[in-house]
Design a protein around this ligand. Structure first.
Ligand code: GRF
Length: 191
């Protein structure tokens, strides 16, 4: 049986993208087809290249066009798309073609702290502002509404009174590193 091929979309550092690339490097069922970024200078592009993964840069105008992304995914024979720190809206045409095949990682416990403006540090600052005792990550399918697709899995961590946004971010990153590849693998193998 041929391997299932994943595209990873990322806008920034790409620690999750790198973790996924490493995890699936010698996997018998799943492989990373390419990494897409909408930022030409995103660290994720150089990191992916150094791990011998194909990379594509497309401008914000281009990633807003469903047909551009659909052709790209066809060209790379992609079966699944993982959004790992990707900060642009996914065009509805792509969602229609990849129904229940696009997975997003969100650094909070949705439905809380999701939607417009809730990305990166903003999320952790809002969590601290509200004196939450816990936060976590959500791995979910992508539908037409930002951060509102069906939840696949959530993982939690405690927030201490003295935690800074950086502390929360560190906890979130370790939850992501530990859990994202396993959840992606399980979800893909289930279909
Ligand atoms: C992660 O915390 C992810 O949950 C969020 O953006 C961050 C991306 O980090 N959507 P990285 O680029 O994978 O290092």
């Amino acid at each position: 049986m041929s391997k299932k091929r994943i595209a990873i979309f990322a806008s920034g550092t790409g620690s999750n993208a790198v973790n996924l690339i490493r995890y699936f490097e010698n996997n018998s069922a799943i492989e990373v087809a390419f990494v897409l970024s909408n930022k030409s200078d995103a660290k994720v592009l150089t990191s992916a290249k150094s791990l011998d993964v194909e990379t594509v840069f497309l401008s914000n105008e281009e990633v807003a066009k469903g047909d551009v992304l659909i052709s790209l995914c066809e060209e790379f024979e992609v079966d699944w798309i993982v959004l790992a720190g990707y900060l642009r809206l996914i065009p509805k045409e792509l969602i229609a073609v990849f129904e229940n095949k696009i997975i997003n990682l969100h650094p909070a416990l949705l439905p809380n702290y999701g939607g417009k403006g809730m990305f990166g540090r903003n999320v952790h600052l809002a969590v601290l502002e509200n004196k939450e005792a816990e936060t976590g990550i959500t791995i979910h399918f992508v539908n037409q509404e930002f951060d509102k697709g069906e939840i696949i899995a959530q993982f939690r961590c405690a927030v201490a009174d003295e935690d800074t946004a950086e502390d929360v971010e560190t906890k979130i990153h370790s939850l992501e590193q530990e859990n994202l590849p396993l959840v992606i693998e399980k979800t893909i193998l289930k279909t």
